[in-house]
Ligand binder design. Sequence first.
Ligand SMILES: *[C@@H]1O[C@H](CO)[C@@H](O)[C@H](O)[C@H]1NC(C)=O
Ligand SMILES: *[C@@H]1O[C@H](CO)[C@@H](O)[C@H](O)[C@H]1NC(C)=O
Length: 445
Amino acid sequence: MERKALLCIFFLLLPLALVSAGIPVLNSINDLRNIEFGHRFPRHGLMLLHFISGCLDVDNDALIPTFSPERRDWGFHEFYSNKGVFPPLQDKNTQGYYAVGNISTPTAYPLYPYVTHDYYLTPGNLERNMDRLVVRTCPNSPLLEAVYITQQNQGSSEYDASNTYQISPALLREIRTLSQNRVDSVDVFLYAAGYNVDSRTFTWNCYAPDSTYTVEDAGRMTLNESTAIMKGAVVNDHHTECYAVVLQVKSTESGYARLGWANIPDSLLDVGVMLALFNNDGKNLLSRSLDKRSYGTYDSNQYLNRGLQVKLLSKDGSNIFISGPQYDDADRKIPVGIEGYDASLQLYTKDGYACARLFISKTFTDWKTDLRNSWVGFYSNHNDASNSYSTYQNAVKFTKQDDTNIKYVIYSYVSSLSIQPGAQARFFLTKTYNNILAKTKPWER
Ligand SMILES: *[C@@H]1O[C@H](CO)[C@@H](O)[C@H](O)[C@H]1NC(C)=O
Ligand SMILES: *[C@@H]1O[C@H](CO)[C@@H](O)[C@H](O)[C@H]1NC(C)=O
């Protein structure tokens, strides 16, 4: 009886095993060492793999994502054919292939800075945006069936079959284990995976040389596990200095952009630099001299909006030395589930106001009936009692957005509260305060 069942499972799995036989499987961090994927500056594949591994629980061999590829979390987007690279889907209606890692698309703005950092340092470089991670969803289940790494052929949107690998659950688990409780986990992982740190080279003004990089003899740095752990202390090397520059946008207490900078090398301060804020269309909104301050913050009078970007310019404004990441209007937080429903809630900002998005599954057609008494409260601080909301709106009165998502309809509402550190949105089922079905993470300081 038992053997019969096993045989049956064996034959069910057989067709899949045959087609995927072409894609090599990587089972350990050691297996990552000798492949091309993401191994040199400014490629971002290994950082992306580290990041997504941290967003996946691995229970035996089950891959349990804390994100939803269908909702386009972290910039995941569906592609419809297997592009001749990946095994065909068994059921196209309930399964799909989703790719993440295209940093030039605004849905990827929430990716953490360590994933996008090298992209922003190297405008025009052909290698900075070629790495992708691909997942295959399970039929009728929130689990993932498989995780792959791949890369794009230069100048095309096709995936390169000879540089495509499946990542086994054991490898995903190993990356998570290596990373646990370590502030320097990315550096330790890059070291273990054989990343070429020497390839991170810069000219004296912190420009990164173009794709065809030549290793300069001066200022090379070597990294082994002990130096990886002490990396914060290695500051006397010019390449490390340029690499360590931090430029960021945060929120003031009243919805304006707070510009932050740190680790500006003396070589730049000596020639004189300006801090500037650009909008999503690349327009320069403000510039101011940095004097000799290598770190600090500046509260601007510009409303917070998606795509804002801090840049370091030459004294006369004619050259861009270094660019920071583009600001994510949802504070790099993916939506939180509304308990008991196929729906989720996200806090975001537009023109400095606190706003909320509702993601309602297209299969949840009765939502306006089931959630007819539901409302979203906006709080200036996440510690406030539920009846101390600043303002609210009924869920059914949210405005429908462009219908471009395959699985969800998105509704939004712009409140009258300014976005600010600590702000929160809560979803209530009924007109009382007892039934809280979702709370967003507090807006970051
Ligand atoms: C990456 O995203 C941009 C912006 O959405 C898009 O124009 C481009 O085609 C994408 N690149 C690839 C290779 O998919
Ligand atoms: C790592 O590098 C440091 C500095 O270059 C060196 O002192 C140390 O001996 C190296 N450790 C190993 C294990 O190679």
